[in-house]
Design a protein. Structure first.
Length: 475
């Protein structure tokens, strides 16, 4: 006898209808949250993008000197000095954030170029900035409230942007309910002046614990140079020339302590020039500067360092322009490094599970079988301030790890051999005091989450260095 479905059919139809409504409602809700709610990221560092685009679109009675790149340009150039020494040009600093993508900044600026403009492309010497990628999470935050920038991008960017949109919309709705983020310190929109430079008295000296960011070495390796990036720069150069603008390429300021292979600079520069149609300007060696001129990354200059680098940039540009006038800019004194200290009394309960091997801290045999570990403040009487990529080698059963405030940097691939790791707890309340690279979680399980102090959750999400990990944060 066949089974009757007469009673189940209405229930199934009701369930199907309900599920269909949910599937339709969720995208609609996300769309409303993302596009219709008031802007929530306007006061953040990347919230400066609409203002920078407005600068490019503004009328000018002279050709512009446009700097295109990431935050190395924003922190590294004094536009007032440029205007004084190169009076035939009006400076526009169109550098913002490397995580947005250099090619994105090219796309956003190309249609605003005019005859006589001089464009200096100055990306950070790091793999991400020398690639063709779009930083989708950062981009949504940057265009919040002014979505016209979407029309400037390539079709290939919309896949990553679509994938990041639910996170952006959800976070925006949460901020709408709890209050828009209002960052303090340097990384906020209020740090930019009217021409797009970062001007903040907090950038007075080098505050990096070792004088440089140990998580982000600077390399001169041709393999870092993405072919699509070179194609994008060349296409930009050709289009700029078609409207009567000139494009140049200049290296950014780079912390000498972070340079891993200075002996290869000339070879790399020759290779780069062979791939680009825009001429390289200046000597890359002069862009490798003493650590005392930097602030908080290997590319961000402090106030004095900005003057030093701008002076050199002006000389390089004058050489290209055939300007033989002297550059009357006095060099400032190098500021003394400023040490940041943490007063937290570190928990040393797990010190017995760590050992020093050739000045590197590693988990010993007794610790490799543990499911939980806390990095101690000291081991055998020696303070612990840094970890290496091999610190947790062999910790295949480790599930939960606590990293205390005594640690100042987390290297890339730190957890690559921790196949069971579920949760990393950071006790440092100030993300600026814990350096991190772009590949911290490479090799770690996809389900691994980073737990940050509840009161610092927004600070970590909007941090210059930590924001790429925002989707992994818990609190």
């Amino acid at each position: 006898m066949p089974l009757s479905t007469s009673n189940s059919d209405p229930a199934m139809k009701k369930l199907f209808t309900s599920m269909l409504c949910v599937f339709i409602a969720i995208p609609l809700l996300l769309t409303v949250w993302g596009f219709a709610l008031p802007a929530q990221y306007s006061n953040t560092f990347v919230g400066e993008l609409p203002a920078k685009r407005a600068l490019l679109a503004a009328e000018s009675d002279k050709p512009r000197l446009i700097l295109v790149g990431g935050s190395a340009a924003a922190f590294g150039v004094d536009s007032a000095l440029l205007a004084r020494e190169l009076p035939d040009y009006q400076p526009v600093n169109f550098g913002l954030y490397a995580a947005l993508g250099t090619r994105v900044m090219l796309d956003l600026s190309i249609k605003e170029l005019r005859p006589g403009d001089l464009v200096v492309i100055m990306p950070e010497q790091q793999r991400q900035a020398l690639s063709d990628t779009v930083g989708a999470d950062a981009f949504w935050q940057a265009v919040d409230g002014n979505f016209s920038a979407l029309a400037c991008l390539h079709a290939r960017d919309f896949g990553p942007l679509l994938g990041a949109f639910p996170r952006f919309a959800g976070a925006k709705f949460r901020y709408f309910l709890t209050g828009a983020p209002t960052p303090d310190g340097v990384y906020r929109r209020g740090s930019f002046n009217a021409v797009g430079d970062v001007v903040n008295p907090l950038c007075s000296a080098n505050i990096l614990p070792d004088g440089y960011d140990t998580t982000m070495p600077i390399r001169f390796d041709p393999s870092m140079l993405d072919t699509d990036f070179c194609d994008a720069v060349n296409a930009y150069t050709a289009q700029a020339e078609s409207v009567g603008a000139v494009v140049l390429y200049h290296f950014p300021p780079m912390n000498v302590l972070a340079v891993a292979n200075a002996e290869d600079i000339d070879t790399y520069a020759d290779y780069l020039q062979s791939k680009l149609t825009a001429p390289l300007v200046g000597d890359p060696h002069t862009c490798v500067m003493d650590a005392g001129w930097f602030y908080d990354t290997n590319f961000h200059l402090n106030v004095s360092g900005k003057t030093v680098f701008t002076r050199q940039l002006i000389r390089d540009l004058k050489a290209v322009l055939g300007d033989t006038s002297s550059t009357e800019i006095a060099l400032p004194a190098m500021p003394a490094r400023r040490t940041q200290t943490d007063t937290e009394a570190a928990n040393n309960s797990d010190a017995a599970y760590f050992t020093w091997e050739s000045d590197r801290l590693v988990v010993n045999a007794a610790g490799r079988g543990r499911r939980t570990l806390t990095v101690p403040g000291e081991v055998d009487g020696r303070p612990v301030t840094a970890l290496t990529s091999d610190t947790f080698a062999g910790c295949s059963t480790l599930e939960k790890l606590t990293i205390q405030q005594n640690i100042t940097a987390l290297p890339d691939g730190l957890f690559a051999k921790c196949s069971a790791l579920q949760e990393i707890t950071l006790t440092q309340p100030d993300p600026a005091r814990l350096s991190v690279g772009q590949a911290l979680l490479d090799g770690a399980p996809a389900f691994c989450r980073i737990r940050v102090p509840a009161a610092s959750y927004t600070s970590y999400c909007l941090s210059y260095a930590w924001s790429p990990y925002a989707e992994t944060f818990a609190h």
